[in-house]
Write a protein that binds this ligand. Sequence first.
Ligand code: ATP
Ligand code: MG
Length: 355
Amino acid sequence: MSKEFEIAVFHGDGIGPEIMAPTLRLLDGLSGAYRFAWRDCPAGAASYLDCGSDLPEASLETARRADAILLSALGDPAVRYPDGTEMTPQIDIRIALDLYAGVRPVRIVPGMRTPLALPEGKVVDFVLVRESTEGLFHTQGKGTVTADMAEETLRLTRRTTEKVCRFSFDLARARKAEGHRGRVTSVDKANVFRAFAFWREIFDGVARDYPDLTADHAYVDAMALWFVLKPWDWDVMVTENMFGDILSDLGAGLMGGLGMAPSADIGDDHAVFQPCHGSAPDIAGQGIANPFAMILSAGMMLDWLGRRHAVPEMIADAARVQAAVDGCLAAGETTGDLGGTLDTEGAADAVIARL
Ligand code: ATP
Ligand code: MG
């Protein structure tokens, strides 16, 4: 009997539907051991114009009930709330479903337009885990602003800090089984802020439960330097929300841009898989968007579902999807942003052909 998974699908705005369609086609063609039931979830700018809500309650409810959530890109800078601010339903979903672990893998493989000149034999393959529900985003939209002063609050709770640290050590342990070095680095600013001394103490406490792994610390400013000077040195890093927001774009930059950066936002009971890039309204409707970040995010979903429900075929397919994208990159079977000549569907077909 093949196992069926219910997946909430946010087709999104701009290039969102263009990269989602071939990704679902790829997933539908994968395996006999499992299959998917897609549940469409209207949200974002189109939904706001249509029904006055960028995250309708029905969509959130479908997401809550689903086994996993696939999301392309939500929002359009041209469609704003009456007060002029941009909508961020993807952040609202993270908070509503308590998706505290933002997983941002950074891998540099041949064919990527990395700005780095890597020394011979150096492999860049690390994962940044960004706490995604509190930190400096705690007062998001609710900060205090007067004529003479503006104030936002950084908030770290023991509960969430402990969870995101534990998640990172579990991830490092799983990666160690696959040949990585089994190291977790806490990225903080404990030399200046008491809040980060609190973070560190919790990190160190969790580390004691993982004697098989190496745990260490780095200051976030130094880490920004080391991302560029020795990106091969890292395995898993865990950091606060805003630090993670900034470092994950730096990580995407190492891979040559947002078009290659997948992500997952994971909690205890739910997970969203989405590319790091936005809805790219400047190229929407032309069929030229790079689908690889979306496809790699779908691969992360296979890995997460496969481990959670003990479906080895899914875990194996996750690795096959990544290898197929790597193969396309190395062979130059890519969209224009990566120097290739394929359109969105053509690039997705190239991945499917390799599967
Ligand atoms: P957001 O605020 O939603 O994060 P953003 O302002 O960061 O959005 P993006 O929508 O990610 O912007 O687009 C940034 C640039 O990258 C644009 O020029 C866009 O065309 C390009 N881009 C983003 N995603 C892709 C993609 N999948 N394929 C090709 N180009 C892309
Ligand atoms: Mg952005």
